[in-house]
Design a protein around this ligand. Structure first.
Ligand SMILES: Nc1nc2c(c(=O)[nH]1)N=C([C@H](O)[C@@H](O)CO)CN2
Length: 118
């Protein structure tokens, strides 16, 4: 991947999981995003309108995950990738989604997906 906008360790509290008890609680997800974006235009204009606004992306990703309450990390990741491509015009991305509390013996578990020509 060439130019990127990065978001690392975005924490989202939401209902997620396949087991009955998981539907009754919120758990923390941690999201890392590498979002392909040509940074030359904002690099010259100094205008946030030309940039991929990482604050707006973070807010929208949080809202998506909190409203969808998915069972699987895979479903959550796919939905986030689709919104980034459809709503923000991101052409390529690498998304890592971690669920740190899921397996007590592990520091963290998670998945990574790549979409577009990452
Ligand atoms: N590949 C996956 N495996 C599992 C998931 C998941 O989302 N993706 N989820 C669970 C449970 O919800 C688990 O997190 C409870 O500890 C199990 N395996």
């Amino acid at each position: 991947m060439a130019d990127c906008v990065l978001i690392e360790g975005l924490a989202v509290e939401t209902v997620i999981g396949v087991y009955a008890w998981e539907r009754e609680v919120t758990q923390r997800l941690l999201i890392d995003l590498e979002l392909g974006w040509d940074n030359r235009k904002p690099g010259h204009s100094d205008r946030v309108e030309d940039a991929l606004d990482y604050a707006a992306v973070s807010e929208r990703v949080t809202e998506c995950l909190q409203s969808m309450q998915p069972q699987l990390l895979e479903r959550a990741a796919e939905a986030v990738a689709e919104l980034l491509m459809n709503e923000f015009g991101v052409a390529r991305l690498i998304l890592t989604l971690r669920k740190p509390g899921a397996v007590p013996a592990a520091r963290s578990v998670g998945i990574r997906i790549e979409r577009g020509n990452a």
